[in-house]
Design a protein around this ligand. Structure first.
Ligand code: 5GP
Length: 205
């Protein structure tokens, strides 16, 4: 029998976004979240807040003890140690949004991305896609990182060496976006999301 039912609603897209510090990925995710096109998955971290960062908007800034308590209670969807600090996404937040058809962007590192990919939850697998944001060149990345001025020399060199390790993984992602101008990046990022929303696997009737 042919199936003449049309899709009437869809699941949200779970867009995992990775890329080295200084690739511009957080700005991209934030821009779409600020206009309400996606929900930004706010992570927990043990890193100290940078000037201007707000608890609950940028991160949930936790003590090592608080973070370990969440691990013990199995409340993380994924977590990893990145640049010497712990980072993790809480389970509850992500699934509730996907079920109601909201698109969720997760700005997470390559370790977190591989944990999410390996997750055997059917909803997560139907919703998941991923993109790696590459800087235009290694030189540009170095310049962006040091211009940011948010890290001391030791942390900066750790971030740079981690960046090179991360970049080596770009080919394991579904999409790769080499960063150019902010406007062009945003256009391509938005186009990717629009196409992902139309995939048959996301539709429901
Ligand atoms: P930053 O300290 O610059 O905000 O973030 C450092 C790195 O941690 C970035 O690569 C960012 O994508 C990653 N990160 C942020 N939140 C999470 C998270 O919840 N899980 C994982 N695995 N990585 C995260």
């Amino acid at each position: 029998m042919p199936n003449h039912t049309f899709p009437t609603q869809r699941l949200g897209v779970l867009l995992v976004v990775s890329g080295p510090s200084g690739s511009g990925k957080t700005t991209l995710c934030r821009q779409l979240a600020d206009v309400g096109e996606v929900v930004y998955s706010v992570s927990c971290t043990t890193r100290a807040p940078r000037p201007g960062e707000v608890h609950g908007r940028d991160y949930f800034f936790l003590s090592e003890q608080e973070f370990q308590d969440h691990i013990r209670r199995d409340e993380f969807f994924e977590h990893a140690r990145v640049h010497g600090n712990l980072y993790g996404t809480l389970k509850t937040y992500v699934k509730q949004n996907l079920e109601r058809g909201a698109d969720v962007v997760m700005d997470i590192d390559i370790q977190g991305a591989s944990i999410v990919r390996a997750c055997d939850d059917e909803l997560v697998q139907r919703c998941l896609t991923d993109v790696f944001i590459l800087p235009p060149s290694v030189e540009a990345l170095k310049e962006r990182l040091s211009n940011r001025g948010t890290e001391d020399d030791e942390k900066l060199s750790l971030r740079l060496s981690n960046a090179l390790t991360e970049i080596a993984q770009w080919h394991t992602y579904t999409y790769a976006l080499v960063s150019g101008t902010r406007e062009h990046d945003l256009d391509r990022f938005r186009a990717l999301l629009v196409a992902e929303r139309l995939r048959v696997v996301r539709q429901q009737n």
